[in-house]
Design a protein around this ligand. Structure first.
Ligand code: PEP
Ligand code: MG
Length: 885
């Protein structure tokens, strides 16, 4: 018989798949003896069963009622009883934290009767009515589907009528009146009454949390964070404790270290006389934890102790939610906390220094994506003027964009290609689409633990929050700071690292981490943490890391970044600019002599290129790929040319001989599907002299470098092979040219010849191909294109967002390797290639070579190296190290 519920005393942190993160950690804290209000968790399995069938799983109601009896017995009170009622909270908690994306309902069990009992036993009438109005509001919006804005309007109107600045300015009678108004609102909107039965409240609340898994903002968040859609959420039902019982009560959030910078020391926000949701929602401004130390030193000392216990137990940064009820501290949640990239590196290094984790664990705790973020530029603070405002630096980075005041506008402008900064008083989960679309999020209220801060940090998005000098006027679509008013669309610069907001577009400079990679500058602080992680990664990784580079400058940079050679030099990039004319001449040649002349003109230029690149990579392998794209890419566009000729004709000027000849060539070479046409090795086999010219340029460059005392290590790579026959023919030609150059120069030139594996047929016949290839390099861009039948130039814009929406995949296969399909071809080719030639060297040079997740796949698949763009080289080194752990 399936079991759908677990008491907190039964679970533990290793049960997160079933109990969700929150449930598993509540159980863990209960086990550790920390003060956790008792409760139980409804499993993710129950949620999946509910979502699959649309109805409550059989037996669940009975299990819930059994647990409830247990809770009631332990508390000596019944749910919703008339005097001294037991009240419950119902909260979502998925396997992976999705802050604010799903529903929470507090104060379950209150009704028109029990509210009076609560008032009596607590001796605090205001508190009882405040709790009831919260329940009606949360239940009404979350479970019954009434627009939450309508409740807020009623509240705002009441505050205005009473001249109250915030909710604390409303008395018991005001709140009792508000409850009536809320109930009436529900009746009018939904045609049914707010349920008075506590059991019905509980049952419907649990199901509403299940349903919120498929809510729009939860789905969007999952897509963004690559969280699978089929996990479902657990639901935690817990005895309520109250932070809104008066000035000796309150709620807060705390971190064992600073989640933005990683510096040691407690960090958090506290809000006296409030329930937990108020802290994150930013309804009033919070005080820092030092404020709690002053207000309630005993609770503060206890909190410190528990945080220390948790950090040592979890051996990582923990964040917690806590409530103080009349001087008694309760722990409501803990988890290993989200953090910025900077904090991730700093904390990992700090914990390793303290001996709490090993150097390998420290490496496992940082990521290539985080490193990439730290390599982004920062604002040049010496060149920016006076800041417009300062807020709390909640998520670091530098962003420039036009201010917009609601989520929809952010989405609209971003879709039109504009960079925007979303400015809100505070954000709510409904702002998520706008936050995704914006470069940065700026709020005038809320602390480092506000919704805006937590969500932005999770996304790696720049965020400054609680910039109190700013008055946001969403209706008027403007903001004001003192005398200054900025209308929607005005550009600002937001510095998430120090909280400053500047008018206009501030100039950018390299980040310290980038400077370290560029110059090897002496590491300190964050850079030291990064350097330590890089050393460890280099020490343990098995995969080599090369770069895709076509110029000496890129090659030199890649080498500074730690590349161990070039895995792909795309020679077509050397045929652009002025040289295009020479390629054109080669294509238009009518006689062998004309063609040879054109090739002869290209030869010295190519030789120069190769010499310079071999020099920059002296002593390291440089894989040079023979020309790959269709030749007509070097000719003018067909339509443009036709229009030009037609216009000339209309003017009565006959077309020049050259133009007519060009059009003829363009027409002759036109292909409907050029990516599947005359390109790659096919071109080398039908365009006479092209392969020979390129190979000669390479060989002569090798001779030249050798004679200059260098150590050139060129490798020749043939693109787009389908069959071993193609490679055999090209290889014969290569051998001939190498022999010729060796003879002419008196220097023996021997370059390994290998091939790209970028077509399914090549992967499937890799054993045969390896007979002729000294190395393989997977061109996973083309391999993805041809395996899926997706045009790499078109499909992402055309329909990928629909595919992502429908959950067909969670990430583009052009970004992260598709293990099941393309990955399978890679595995087959590796196995069969190595079986045929045990010393076959194998790498990858598609874009996936610099993608963290794909690097882990290539490690597991047994490749020798990955090759990626120079800026991704440090990322690939780090991930290759992590893959080897
Ligand atoms: C590839 O196809 O993966 C590759 C590296 O070649 P290109 O991107 O130049 O087609
Ligand atoms: Mg390719």
């Amino acid at each position: 018989m399936v079991r759908y519920t677990y008491a907190f005393t039964e679970g533990g942190r290793d049960m997160a798949d079933l109990l969700g993160g929150k449930g598993a950690n509540l159980a863990e804290m209960t086990r550790m003896g920390l003060p956790v209000p008792p409760g139980f968790t409804v499993t993710t399995e129950a949620c999946r069963a509910f979502l699959a069938t649309g109805s409550e799983p059989p037996g669940l109601a009975r299990e819930i009622s059994d647990h409830l009896t247990g809770l009631e017995r332990a508390a000596g009170r019944r749910l919703g009883q008339r005097d001294d009622p037991l009240l419950l909270s119902v909260r979502s908690g998925a396997r992976f934290s999705m802050p604010g994306m799903m529903e929470t309902i507090l104060d379950i069990g209150l009704n028109d009767d029990s509210v009076l009992g609560l008032a009596e036993t607590s001796g605090n009438e205001r508190f009882a009515w405040d709790s009831y109005r919260r329940l009606v509001q949360m239940f009404g919006s979350t479970v019954m589907g009434v627009d939450s804005g309508l409740f807020e309007d009623l509240m705002a109107r009441l505050k205005e009528a009473r001249g109250a600045r915030d909710d604390l300015g409303l008395g018991a009678a005001d709140l009792a009146g508000l409850v009536e108004a809320y109930k009436e609102l529900i009746r009018l909107e939904k045609g049914e009454h707010f349920p008075q039965s506590p059991a019905e409240q509980l049952r419907r609340a649990v199901l509403a949390v299940f349903e919120s898994w498929n809510g729009e903002r939860a789905r969007l968040y999952r897509r963004r964070e690559h969280i699978p859609d089929d996990l479902g959420t657990a639901v935690n039902v817990q005895t309520m404790v109250f932070g809104n019982l008066g000035p000796d009560s309150g709620s807060g959030v705390a971190f064992t270290r600073d989640p933005a910078t990683g510096s040691a020391g407690l960090y958090g926000d506290y809000l006296p006389n409030a329930q937990g949701e108020d802290v994150v929602a930013g309804v009033r401004n919070t005080v820092p934890l030092t404020g709690l130390e002053r207000l309630d030193p005993a609770s503060y000392a206890q909190l410190r102790e528990y945080l220390g216990t948790l950090e040592t137990h979890y051996r990582d940064l923990c964040d917690i939610e806590f409530t103080i009820e009349r001087g008694r501290l309760w722990m409501l949640q803990t988890r290993v906390g989200k953090r910025t990239a900077e904090a991730a590196f700093t904390i990992a290094a700090g914990l390793a220094d303290e001996g709490l984790i090993s150097p390998d664990e420290a490496l496992a705790r940082v990521s290539g994506d985080g490193l990439a973020r730290l390599m982004f530029p920062r604002f040049d603070t010496s060149a920016v003027g006076e800041a417009l405002a300062h807020g709390i630096p909640a998520s670091p980075g530098a962003a420039v964009g036009a201010v917009v005041f609601d989520s929809a506008e952010a989405v609209r402008r971003a879709a039109a290609g504009e960079k925007v900064v979303l400015v809100r008083q505070e954000t709510t989960p409904d702002d998520l689409p706008g936050m995704v679309a914006a470069q940065a999020v700026l709020t005038s209220r809320g602390g480092k633990t506000s919704h805006a801060a937590v969500v932005a940090r999770g996304m790696g998005k720049v965020c400054v929050c609680g910039a109190e000098e700013i008055t946001v006027d969403p209706q008027g679509r403007r903001l004001t700071v003192g005398e200054v008013t900025l209308e929607e669309g005005t550009v600002v610069s937001v510095d998430g690292s120090d909280g400053a907001v500047y008018p206009g577009a501030a100039p950018l400079v390299d980040s310290a981490v980038m400077r370290y990679f560029e110059t090897g500058a002496v590491p300190a602080g964050l850079v030291e943490a990064v350097a330590g992680a890089m050393r460890r990664a280099d020490g343990v990784r098995r995969l080599g890391v090369r770069a895709n580079a076509d110029t000496p400058e890129d090659a030199a940079r890649a080498r500074r970044f730690g590349a161990e050679g070039i895995g792909l030099c795309r020679t077509e990039h050397m045929f652009l600019g002025d040289r295009r004319r020479l390629v054109e001449a080669m294509i238009l040649a009518r006689t062998d002599a004309e063609r040879e002349r054109a090739l002869d003109a290209l030869l010295p230029l190519q030789r120069q290129d190769f010499t310079a690149i071999l020099e920059a990579m002296d002593g390291l392998p440089v894989t040079i790929r023979l020309l790959d794209p269709p030749l007509h890419e070097f000719l003018p566009d067909r339509t443009e040319l036709a229009v030009r000729l037609a216009a000339a004709e209309a003017r009565g000027t006959p077309p020049g001989a050259h133009d007519a000849e060009l059009l003829d060539a363009v027409n002759r070479m036109h292909e409907e599907n050029p990516m599947l046409g005359l390109r790659g090795v096919r071109l080398g086999l039908v365009a006479p002299g092209l392969v020979a010219m390129q190979v000669r340029a390479i060989a002569e460059a090798v001779v030249e470098r050798g004679q200059a005392g260098g150590d050139p290590r060129a490798e020749i790579m043939v693109p787009l092979i389908d069959t071993v026959e193609e490679l055999r023919l090209v290889r014969e030609e290569v051998r001939q040219v190498l022999a010729d150059v060796s003879k002419e120069s008196g220097v023996s030139v021997d370059c390994p010849v290998g091939t790209m594996i970028e077509l399914p047929r090549a992967a499937l016949t890799a054993g045969r191909i390896a007979e002729e290839a000294q190395f393989f390099s997977f061109g996973t861009n083309d391999l993805t294109q041809t395996t899926w039948g997706f045009s790499r130039d078109d499909v992402e814009a055309a329909f990928f967002s629909a595919y992502l929406d429908k959950g067909i995949f969670t990430v583009s296969p052009f970004e992260t390797i598709d293990r099941a399909g393309v990955g399978r071809l890679v595995e087959i080719a590796v196995a069969e290639g190595r079986a045929a030639r045990p010393d076959l060297k194998i790498g990858v040079c598609g874009e996936h070579g610099g993608d963290p997740e794909s690097v882990h796949f290539f490690h597991a698949a047994g490749l020798d190296y990955v090759s990626c763009s120079p800026f991704r080289v440090p990322v690939a080194r780090l991930e290759a190290g992590r893959a080897a752990l």
